[in-house]
Structures are given as C-alpha cells and as structure tokens.
Design a binder for this molecule. Structure first.
Ligand SMILES: NC(=O)c1ccc[n+]([C@@H]2O[C@H](COP(=O)([O-])OP(=O)(O)OC[C@H]3O[C@@H](n4cnc5c(N)ncnc54)[C@H](OP(=O)(O)O)[C@@H]3O)[C@@H](O)[C@H]2O)c1
Length: 311
C-alpha cells in the first residue's frame, strides 16, 4: 500500500492533536510532526509507532531550529513528497512584549513568520498541488462579534517592520496589545495565503506549486491556548466556556474543526484552488477587508523573502 506523508505543527495538544489522531486513523497516512519538546509529546506518541509517526524537534520562535527541522524532515522523507502541510502551531502571549533571539516579537514569529520560513524551506519536498493550510482565526476580523466579546479588535497591519517588532499601538494597554498581536499574526497568515496564491498565478507556477489555504477553526474553548492567562481565566476557558460558548456564533470543538481540517489536507474538500479562506463548516468566507489588501499582501511577502534570505 502506498502511503501519504502529512506534516502538522502544534500537534501536541488542542486541535493539532485531534488532527493527528484523525489522520493516523487511516493506515494509508504517515505523519511528520514538529514539537518544541518531543520528549513531552506523550499523548501524540501514543497514537502510532515510529514507522508511521515521526516527532522531530521544532521551536517556531527560533529560525535556527525551524531550519534544522526542515533539514531533518527532508532527510526523513528521503525523496518522498509531502501530501500536505498544516501550519497549525500557535500561542497567545497575555503578558508583556517578548522578543525572540532573532529579534522578532514572539507571537509574530511563532504563529506566522516561522511557518512562512518553514514552508519556503520545504517547498521542494511538497507534492504538486499539495494543500498548505495555515490555521487562521476570526480574531483577525474587527467585525467578528464573538472575538470582540473576548476583547479582540481585529489585526492591526501597521507595516511589516512594525508588526514584526510587535509595535502595533503605543496607546494600547499591555493586555490589549497581547490580543492585538495575536489577531495580527492571524491577519498576516491570511494576507500570506492570498499573496502566495497571487504570486504563483502571476509567475505561471500555480499548476505545479502548493495550494495555499487559510483555515478558521472557530472558537474552541478548552485547548491549551489560554495557558499564559491568569488562573481564573484558564479555569473559565476549560470548564465554563466549553458549555457557555455553544450559544455564540462561530463556536466549534477541536473534534469538529479537526474533521474539517483533515478533509482539506487529504483533498476531500477543496481539492482544487489556492488563496482560499475556509471556515470549520468548510464554507469559503471572504475574511476581513484588510486581509484582501493586495498591497499589504505584497509588503508582507517581501518581508518574508528578506527574513528567509538573510539566513
Ligand atoms: N482555541 C481556539 O479557540 C482557537 C481559535 C482560532 C484559532 N486557533 C488556533 O489554533 C491553533 C492551535 O491552537 P489550540 O487552540 O489547539 O491551542 P493549544 O492546545 O495550545 O495548541 C497549540 C500548539 O502549538 C504549539 N506551539 C506553540 N508555540 C510553539 C512554538 N514556538 N514552536 C512549536 N510549537 C509551538 C504547542 O506546543 P507545546 O505543547 O510545545 O506548547 C501546541 O502543540 C493555533 O494556531 C491557534 O492560534 C485556536
């Protein structure tokens, strides 16, 4: 039986772990996973043996380890191609601004830039038309009602250089800035998806290259995403909100959203097309007006090109 290799980041918990479970339920699938601390990925490791599941070290907040991971993936694949790539890992930083050793604001690097560099380095290992899916979020959209209830006010693309340093709004409180940086990292993911699809179409390489998709999994209370919040907020996130949030629009569960995600990765949904923004009901949605700004998409892509080239 021929097997398909899929790569997932952020598969140690939340929707990524559920996605790994679903993909590995099909014996034809093999999985390559990046994990910050592979030795701590017990739940993931229990899903399959090393012949079907490779767990390799990856800290997306470090370009050096991101590149080392890409090199390890290449050697692991030994000439076989990736059927899909899920750029899913992400974090929310509630406290003060943190810069990485590479000089970028950590939310921007871990959620977006690290993935963009990883995709660039793995390009030659992707099968033609492989879906490259970035986990987005309704928080990027200032009009998203449920996200507004939690204090989000949409992504703030104030120029790629300032976004990369986390300098979004000098008048905002540290708490608001944490939310803004998260929403902005997700806006960047969607700008990137649209920009990469347009770039390939212009260059005439769309038919052979990967297909770029931004996936909005909806609000999924109870995952590890609130790990940096206060004890009370963490308690509410994992006990009260999974029940209360059912009444809110745009709410899902890790199981439901992972099922939709797996359909995208295996080509059972949206088997063609690139530059798509798709939600957990597998409906294509427009995203915010800002996410469709071609000038911002181009500026961000030039920034990523420089960040990847400087290495
Ligand atoms: N939960 C929601 O309501 C919601 C809504 C919209 C979008 N999302 C997005 O969904 C994705 C998954 O989040 P989740 O809710 O499932 O949260 P989660 O349970 O906290 O999962 C996040 C995953 O990302 C990994 N990760 C974080 N920083 C990393 C880094 N620097 N390098 C490598 N891996 C890193 C974590 O690994 P460790 O175990 O090592 O920390 C974990 O596996 C994220 O992109 C998030 O922004 C979530």
């Amino acid at each position: 039986m021929s097997s398909s290799h899929h790569l997932v980041t952020g598969a140690t918990s939340g929707i990524g772990l559920e996605l790994a479970r679903l993909l590995l339920a099909d014996p034809a699938n093999r999985l390559v996973v990046g994990a910050r601390r592979p030795e701590a990925a017990a739940a993931l490791r229990a899903l399959a043996g090393p012949e079907r599941l490779a767990i390799l070290p990856l800290d997306l907040a470090s370009l050096a380890t991101t590149e080392a991971f890409a090199g390890q993936v290449g050697r692991y694949l030994a000439g076989q191609r990736l059927a899909s790539l899920a750029a899913n890992a992400g974090l929310q930083i509630a406290g003060p601004h943190r810069l990485t050793a590479d000089g970028y604001e950590e939310t921007f690097q871990a959620n977006f830039l690290g993935h963009a560099v990883l995709i660039e380095r793995l390009r030659g290992h992707l099968a033609p038309a492989a879906p490259v899916v970035l986990t987005a979020s309704g928080t990027h959209d200032p009009a998203a009602k449920t996200a507004r209830l939690f204090g989000f006010r949409g992504g703030l693309f104030v120029g790629a250089e300032r976004v990369a340093r986390g300098e979004l709004d000098p008048a905002a409180s540290p708490k608001q800035l944490g939310l803004d940086r998260y929403a902005t990292s997700k806006l960047c993911a969607i700008l990137y998806v649209h920009g990469m699809a347009r770039r390939a179409a212009t260059a005439g390489t769309a038919a052979d290259g990967p297909r770029f998709i931004a996936f909005d999994p909806g609000l999924m209370p109870g995952t590890g995403l609130a790990r940096e919040r206060s004890a009370v907020e963490r308690w509410a996130w994992s006990t009260v909100l999974p029940v209360l949030a059912r009444a809110l629009p745009g709410t899902s569960t890790t199981r439901r959203s992972a099922l939709a995600y797996a359909r995208l990765l295996t080509g059972r949904a949206f088997a063609a097309g690139s530059g798509l923004h798709v939600d957990f009901t597998l409906a294509e949605t427009p995203g915010s007006r800002d996410s469709r700004r071609a000038d911002w998409q181009d500026e961000l892509l030039r920034f990523v090109d420089r960040a990847a080239l400087e290495r």
